[in-house]
Design a protein around this ligand. Structure first.
Ligand code: NAD
Length: 448
């Protein structure tokens, strides 16, 4: 689709009003085309993401391409079932009458995506929006320009041009886009911009989904299998060089476990990336110098660096780094790290860990490594987070059967699978009453 941003959005509204995106057959066809688009251009996608992020091809295959394909496979055969009329009984006072709900598409949806999983975070919301019968305007991130350009080219070539538009650009273009009228805005990125998006949406009372970030904590107690915990934490933290929204951001553990856990996690980083991760084909890079400089400022003096800490600005490289002897007031604990740095802090026990977590903004994810049922229940009942994983970081992100989203500072709304279908649908209530007998008369004034 060509034209100015205003014209593109107008055209999408015309297409939606003409009913282009409503038929189930059309929705399935678009999802089939998207599947084809991805499988036919696997190598192009892996290359573009590598150019943007230095992301290893295997990581793109697993964490971007496979996740979108899985979502399509899950959603596509269920569209009609999820859209079906659901009959509901009417109260006795209203009888005879019938009522039901139907899922109707919201209309024209704006998807604003970030750079860290530039394919997956653009296409997964689109899959759910298409399944629900919407037209979509995608605004991919300017910080992953190769993937954004590829997405624009492929979407233009494979999907119905009447119902999809891609608008590229940075702040000025997005600001312009946010002045247009949409029926839903789906934003993934940091909370500061999330507030800008929500403010712009509020002006037109447009509903929003905000998929934000924040510091996702981990708690490890003495009953945990330390080897398994260390491996899983290392994988969750250092995948995509730490630039994953649900990555473990910091670890809380009891004082005697700080050192052994740090050692084991460091051991796993060597197993994953060798003794010099800069030469590992399995280790990613930081997206740009701005993020690199921000991360370097979070690195403390040597005494607190348990392992790693090496950096190379020219190659945007930061080694997998583990910090111990960290205080809650240290810079690394003041913002989401979003890079390959893992602080480990000591707390006395699980209750103190809960108090520490509850004293901060609600996280997108919280991970607990324990074999204790009481500790599980403590976290399940006394903390609030987008998701809670026992012995499993990132796991919920990989399932289309689970809603994915944050709470409070980490987000608003959810998607993936049925949750995504519902997020992009309006559940419309329909009622119907026969005109004979006219029993509603009993409610008419004058009241006796
Ligand atoms: P980013 O800089 O790519 O920004 C995201 C989008 O917002 C881009 O499309 C960008 O063009 C747009 N944008 C930037 N400034 C804007 C402005 N002033 N007005 C309007 N639009 C603007 O990505 P980012 O925010 O650096 O992404 C990283 C953050 O996103 C982290 O906090 C991370 O945790 C979070 N994140 C969350 C999820 C999730 O699913 N919850 C997934 C990935 C990333």
């Amino acid at each position: 689709m060509t034209g100015t941003c205003e014209q593109k959005v107008q055209q999408l509204h015309c297409s939606f009003d003409a009913g282009v995106s409503r038929p189930f057959a059309w929705r399935r066809e678009q999802l089939g085309r998207m599947k084809l688009m991805i499988t036919a251009h696997r190598k192009d996608i892996e290359r573009a993401v590598y150019l943007d992020l230095g992301k290893p091809a295997a990581e793109t295959a697993l964490m971007e391409i496979k996740l979108v394909l899985d979502e399509i496979r899950f959603v596509e055969p269920r569209i009609e079932r999820w859209s079906r009329r659901r009959h509901v009984a009417m109260p006795l006072l209203m009888q005879p009458a019938r009522s039901w709900t139907i899922a109707e598409p919201k209309g024209v949806v704006l998807v604003i995506s970030p750079w860290n999983y530039p394919l997956m975070l653009s296409l997964e919301p689109m899959v759910d929006a298409i399944a629900a019968g919407n037209c979509v305007c995608l605004k991919p991130s300017e910080l992953s320009p190769n993937t954004s350009a590829l997405l624009q080219r492929l979407i233009g070539a494979y999907l119905d041009p009447r119902a999809f538009a891609v608008v590229q650009g940075a702040v000025p273009e997005t600001t312009e886009l946010l002045k247009q009228s949409f029926d839903h805005i789906f934003y993934t990125g940091n909370g500061r911009v999330g507030a800008i998006v929500m403010e712009a949406a509020a002006k037109q009372l447009t509903p929003v989904t905000l998929e934000l970030g924040g510091k996702s904590p981990v708690f490890v107690d003495a009953s945990a299998n330390l080897d398994v915990a260390a491996g899983r934490i290392a994988w969750g933290r250092f995948t995509n060089a730490g630039q994953t929204c649900v990555a473990p951001d910091y670890v809380l553990t009891t004082p005697e476990l700080v050192e052994p856990l740090a050692q084991k996690i460091a051991g796993f980083t060597r197993k994953f990336f060798g003794s010099n991760p800069a030469q590992s084909a399995s280790y990613g890079r930081i997206v740009n110098t701005r993020q690199f400089d921000r991360l370097v400022k979070l690195l403390p003096s040597d005494k607190k660096t348990f392992s790693g800490g090496e950096t190379n600005r020219e190659h945007l490289y930061i080694a997998p780094t583990i910090l111990t002897d960290v205080r809650p007031g240290d810079p690394v604990m003041q913002e989401e790290i979003f890079g390959p740095i893992l602080p480990i802090l000591a707390v006395n026990n699980a209750k103190d860990a809960v108090a520490f977590i509850n004293g901060r903004p609600k996280p997108l994810a919280l991970y607990v490594f324990t074999r204790s049922k009481a500790t599980r229940l403590l976290f399940e009942r006394h903390t609030s987070s987008g998701a809670l994983g026992f012995n499993l970081p990132l796991g919920h992100l990989l399932s289309s059967r689970l809603p994915f989203g944050g709470i409070g500072a980490s987000g608003l709304g959810a998607y993936h699978g049925k949750a995504g279908f519902l997020e992009f649908s309006h559940i419309k209530t329909v009622t119907s009453k026969p005109t004979f007998p006219d029993t509603l008369r009993i409610a008419y004034p004058p009241y006796k």
